[in-house]
Ligand binder design. Structure first.
Ligand SMILES: [Zn+2]
Length: 465
């Protein structure tokens, strides 16, 4: 999933992208576009697609570019859910960096789209097709850069690992989890850069901000259940399954989890306050204070987006009760969906829910086994290299640390102890986000700038300078 948040900002930043030596850049742009086209035109949906085909195509390109067979592998749990892992060897001064993107895409029906979702279409300066923004742009950009670095005989001071994987959007064969469980040695790294997070945002065609995503909220569903002996509805009593459940849900609707901040969200509020003016700027700065200003927090909490950044949230999303119009309900159930602030656990959240629901008749159970989603430390080296490259390519455009309110493969790596940073490299208009939707597209110019960005960024992270 690529859940692009719309940040509330009202500032224009003007910037001019600097360019790489012309011919080199052109060749690499052409290569990246060829890979992009091949990937878009390979259906990798869960229903009828094949991710192994896409993985094999990339592997063939890497092999042709000089990667030895021992450094390129395609492997997975079955014939359809392949993952490709490749490695450029460094001097070993530092531990490896892992770069990831997913190969699968969300379903797309030809009849819903104005053009074929499984053809790469160039129109009016845009690339159209399923996966153009989520996230075959990232696959193509990383693969093209690994090829270029190999052909340049680049000598990094650490190994660079590329993993393009299956089933991020759903399905039972998530490639990152599978690799961690079965071939951790292949992808083990000091940290990971994930192109499926960390928006680069355009406003009115100009770079507004770039973000670096260091954490994601933890997803957890809980089932609430009330059982009752039921009976004839002509003889009601106050002991009613629906009343028990709805009473608890009303109490939940009035409850707010305590405010939490970490170094990323504090840096987010601090930097965002500088991009805004007036009362909002003051409230954003107030939230970043230690301890945070209560009145500021209260006003910001009225916005669903800021509220979601400030605390764990739990909300009723489904309801089901009764079996006949003229019978007392024998059971009533609901689903409560929680998004837990990084560092929190499913178990602790369940305990809070039980307390807030405040009725022993409401049984609460977790829908899925627990996992965690710790925030990654805001590493200076990763952030400063990012700021340096962004500053060169788009002068004056800020780098904003963010916590995602949705989820990507990043949490699986963080859960396994590998800090992960979402950096997309591709600018998208904040009012034209089409990931998972119809006529998905990105600007051609943004795609090519993404190719250049990662060329510089990978080098900045893997050479002394
Ligand atoms: Zn995605």
């Amino acid at each position: 999933m690529k859940l692009r948040s719309s940040l509330m900002i009202f500032v224009l930043a003007s910037a001019i992208a600097t360019v790489l030596p012309a011919q080199q850049a052109q060749d690499e742009h052409k290569l990246a576009q060829d890979i992009y086209k091949q990937l878009i035109e390979t259906n990798t949906t869960e229903s009828v697609g094949n991710m192994t085909t896409a993985a094999n195509d990339i592997a063939a390109r890497l092999s042709a570019a000089g990667f030895p067979a021992s450094d390129v592998v395609v492997l997975g749990p079955d014939a359809r859910h392949g993952n490709i892992v490749a490695r450029i060897h460094g001097s070993g001064v530092r531990k490896p960096i892992l770069f990831i993107a997913h190969l699968d895409v969300v379903e797309a029906n030809r009849s819903d789209w104005s053009l074929d979702p499984f053809q790469l279409t160039e129109k009016d300066g845009f690339f159209y097709g399923r996966g153009t923004s989520d996230v075959k742009d990232g696959d193509a950009i990383l693969a093209a850069n690994f090829i270029r670095l190999k052909q340049e005989n680049y000598q990094p001071d650490r190994d660079l690992i590329l993993a393009l994987t299956s089933d991020e959007e759903g399905g039972d064969f998530n490639g990152i989890s599978w690799l961690l469980a079965n071939h951790r040695n292949l992808i083990d790294a000091e940290y990971c850069i994930n192109t499926d997070g960390g928006d680069f945002q355009l406003k009115d065609g100009k770079p507004l901000l770039t973000s670096i995503q260091t954490g994601e909220k933890l997803y957890a569903d809980f089932e609430l259940h009330v059982f009752n002996k039921g009976g004839h509805s002509s003889l009601p009593s106050p002991d009613n399954a629906i009343y028990h459940l709805s009473g608890g849900l009303v109490r939940l609707s009035h409850y707010q989890f305590p405010v939490q901040l970490n170094e990323t969200t504090r840096a987010f509020f601090e930097r965002m306050s500088k991009m805004n003016g007036g009362a909002l700027a003051a409230d954003l700065a107030g939230a970043a204070k230690i301890p945070p200003d209560r009145a500021s927090i209260e006003r910001l909490s009225a916005s669903p987006y800021y509220n979601a950044l400030l605390r764990t949230t739990c909300v009723a999303t489904r309801l089901n009760a009764g079996h006949a119009n003229n019978a007392l309900p024998q059971d009533a159930s609901a689903i409560v969906n929680c998004r837990i602030f990084p560092g929190g656990t499913q178990e602790a959240t369940q305990k809070t829910l039980v307390k807030v629901l405040g009725d022993p008749q409401i049984k609460v159970s977790a829908v899925a086994p627990p996992h965690t989603s710790p925030a990654s430390p805001l590493r200076k080296d990763v952030l400063e290299a990012d700021e340096r490259v962004v500053g060169k390519m788009w002068p004056g455009t800020p780098v904003i640390p963010t916590m995602e309110t949705g989820a990507t493969d990043g949490y699986r790596l963080r859960d396994a102890g590998i800090p992960t940073y979402g950096i997309s490299g591709v600018f998208i208009d904040m009012n034209d986000v089409r990931a998972h939707g119809r006529d998905e597209r990105i600007l051609e110019s943004s795609f090519y700038e993404g190719v250049d960005f990662f060329y510089r960024y990978i080098k900045a992270l893997s050479s002394a300078n």
